[in-house]
Design a protein around this ligand. Structure first.
Ligand code: HEM
Length: 155
């Protein structure tokens, strides 16, 4: 991804973005290899994804009513982001140990609708596009998350 990123994004933009996805990750140029976690750019890239995604979700009137608790104060927002980052890290083959509730328990009784699930996927796609995650890594991540719909959506 690093190669794609540096090719596709002008240096000035990378620098102005703090070059968050440019932390050395051991990713070698060439065909994608290694875990999805490595190909995405490791934990710094996952944290960048989670930060942008949560900002989008909290501003998205289609879904933000579900996240009043996470939005209630900076500590709750940070705790939610940290859980989500560990979940994505572990789920993509990274070295993290997710300690939160299993995905069905975490969403049980929240009344998440199919429309809300689709909106969150749309927000995630916009985040991945903004961070210049390449098509292969984007579709690999969405493929991991898509089947979770069954456990999350209740109506
Ligand atoms: C594939 C999509 C999704 C994934 C991977 C996911 C993952 C997670 C994870 C890992 C947690 C933390 C659980 C814990 O604290 O133990 C969480 C919490 C939560 N999720 Fe999801 N989720 C998804 C979709 C959704 C959707 C569509 C909604 C509602 C529109 C939603 C609403 C929530 C809420 C309200 C919380 C609790 C946040 C808090 O206040 O701490 N999630 N989710």
């Amino acid at each position: 991804m690093l190669k794609t990123l540096t090719k596709a994004v002008p240096l000035g933009l990378l620098l102005s973005a703090g070059c968050i996805l440019c932390v050395p990750t051991g990713f070698a140029a060439g065909a994608p290899r290694g875990s999805l976690y490595e190909r995405l750019g490791g934990m710094s890239a996952i944290r960048a994804v989670v930060n942008d995604l949560v900002t989008r979700i909290l501003a998205d009137t289609r879904v933000n009513r579900w996240f009043a608790h996470a939005a209630s104060n900076p500590q709750e927002a940070a705790a939610y982001k940290s859980k989500l980052a560990d979940f994505l890290c572990q789920g993509t083959g990274g070295p993290c140990h997710y300690t939160g509730a299993d995905i069905a328990t975490a969403h049980k009784g929240r009344g998440v609708s199919a429309e809300a699930f689709a909106a969150v996927v749309e927000d995630l796609t916009a985040t991945l596009d903004k961070l210049n995650v390449s098509e292969k890594e984007k579709s690999d991540l969405l493929e991991i998350l898509a089947p979770m719909k069954q456990a999350i959506v209740e109506r």
